[in-house]
Every structure is written in structure tokens, then in C-alpha cells.
Design a protein around this ligand. Sequence first.
Ligand code: NI
Length: 389
Amino acid sequence: MPDVFTRLAPEIQKIEAQLHAQPELSFEEHATTRLIEEVLMRLPGFSRAELGLTTGTVWRLTGMKSGPVVGLRADIDAIRQEEQVQRPDRSKYAGIMHACGHDVHTAALLGAAMALSEMRESLCGDVVFIFQPAEEILQGAKKLIAHGLFEKAPLDMLFGLHNQPALPFGTVGIKEGPLMAGKDDFVLELHGKGGHGGMPESCTDPIVAACSLVNALQTVVSRNVSPLDAAVLSVCSIHGGTEENLIVDKVRLTGSLRTMHEAVRSRALERLQAICETGAAAYECRAELRIMPLNGPVDNSHAMTAIAKRAAAAACGIENLRVAQPSMGCEDFAAYAPYVPSFFYFLGSGEKEVDNPLWHKPDFRCASGTAVMGAKLLTSSVLAAQGTI
Ligand code: NI
């Protein structure tokens, strides 16, 4: 297998550079989708699954022997960010950048497509390649599912990956069970009674209630969640008031809850609701709380973990396997889990002895060669799932 990737590396890296230079925002990945399809159209054994998508694309490689259908997923969108690194393939669009490395993921999946196409005579089962739009807004996976992904391309298992600057290039992070957080957003409106700033006794001031509530909400994680479990509850915006001499009627707060387990989530939501209602009432205000579940946790299949370890060992050497540290960030790969056993890797992308910029930073970049290593890992995942390595 290494020989295949040594040969394919220049093409994979060329594709990565093309994608990096033409970043597109969520659900606007038209040129990206064209580029992906141009590569896949010329590969033997590939056919497109017709899902009626505007952006993103799903393709099937038919194996010559029977076996499980394995899905491989890459996200393809970029974010609003101004690239600050001078490089030959710097983003040609002002204010848009592949600052999360989805260009690397896309190039890796195309590299796996090229390699697996060459191996199709010996493939024991079909492979489905999912190039998913709009991960950054956590909507792309839901869109593919709504367009009949699992009816048109039923899968037995699914693999995905994300680059991880905290892990050195050449390593792969693996973890059984929860890896990335689920997220619920919330909007809290506090209703009081406005009036003259000099006559607070005739008003009920929602700003005072809001200040108290922001502090009280800190107790959800510190007092209601076990210190051995992970949760984040943050108020991220407060809006209320216009003048220095008016008490306002209403304050609006927004925030989010991130958790790894359903039991922790439901307890935290219960306390969020109770604290908002009783806390507002203590200040003679009324709370209106709206909770918007956004995404479940990425929870790696127990049954697939041994396969993933075998695949990663084949791709990068057993000495380069690492236990992945969970992240409280979100990933809409989680949306597939109710439909198919799934596994998500962290792919080492940090340069050695460098302070590597994190995701979404204007100087973000993956170590050179990350896409090729990703292609190897995804290819190995298929072979391990089919039982041939
Ligand atoms: Ni990302």
C-alpha cells in the first residue's frame, strides 16, 4: 500500500492546494463540488448516487467481491476568516478561508478514492464516498439524510476524520465512546417592567435579574454535574437597554450547553430551566427560555474501535497510535450515528516543535502530507472493515 500513496501523493497535494485556494462557505460549495466530481468521473468503478443535492456529492465504488458496504465521509466547506499566511495556494477570496482544514479532508477522501479504485478487483464490498457540505453550520449531514442518503446508499459502517493540530503529524488519535460534544443552544428572554432610571421602585429591572442569573447558571456545571463528567454551559451574549437613564422592559441572553452524555445533558437542561424560572421570579421578572437542540455527541462505536485501531496501525504504524483527547467542540458527523455504526478519527496534523495554530485561526494550516496520511487512513479503514488487513 505505501507504494500507491507515494505515487499518488503529488496529485493529492495538488488537489489540496486547489481546494485551499478556492474556499467556499457552507451550502455554497459549487466549485468545490465540481472539482470533486471531475476527479471521481475519471476513476474506474465509480458511479454517483443521485440525491438531488445543490452542493456536496455522494459516490459509490463497486467492489468485485461481496462484503460490507463501508462509508467514508469528508466535510468540504470553509469559514469566514481572512487568511494571514502567505503561501502559494493562499485563499483567493477575501474573508473566506479553509481555516478548519476541510480542504485537507476532501483531498484525503479523493486520495482514498484513487487508491481504492486501483484495488477494486480485490475489494470485498462496495465503498460509499460522502463529500458533505455545510459542516461548519452543523446542517450538512442532516441535509444528506433528508435527501435519502441511507435509502439510496445503505451502509454497514461509516468512518470520518478531522485533522488535529494538537497531535503531531504522523500520528492518529483513537478513542472509543464519546469524542466530541453534543450541543444545545438557548435563548433566554427576561421580561420586567421598564421606567424612569430615577424611580426603580416602580419598575422591575431585568438587567439586575440577568446579572444574577449569569452567575447562578455557573452552578449547573459546578454543582449539578459530576466532576468526572464533562459539560460546558456558557452565556455568550447579553442585549438590553439603550440609554443611561431608562430601566428596560426586556433583556435577551443567548448561550449554549455542551455535553458528552444524555444523562448529563438532561440534568443540565432541567437545572437551566429551573434556575431561569425561579431566578427571574426572585427579581419579579418573567423568564422565557427556548432550547434548541443542535447536535448530538460524536460517540465512537465500541464494535468499530478494534477495526479503527487495525486500520490506523496499518496506515501510520502501531507506534504512532495515540489515545485521542476528547474535545468539547462539535461535529455534525454525530448526525449519522443513529443510522449506522460510525467511527471518527483525529488525524495528527501538527508540525513538530512549533506552536501550531488551532482550528479557525487566520494562520491555521495542517502539516504538509496530512492529506496523504488521511488518504492512507481512510483506505486502510475500508480494508480493515472488509477484513483484508
Ligand atoms: Ni472542522
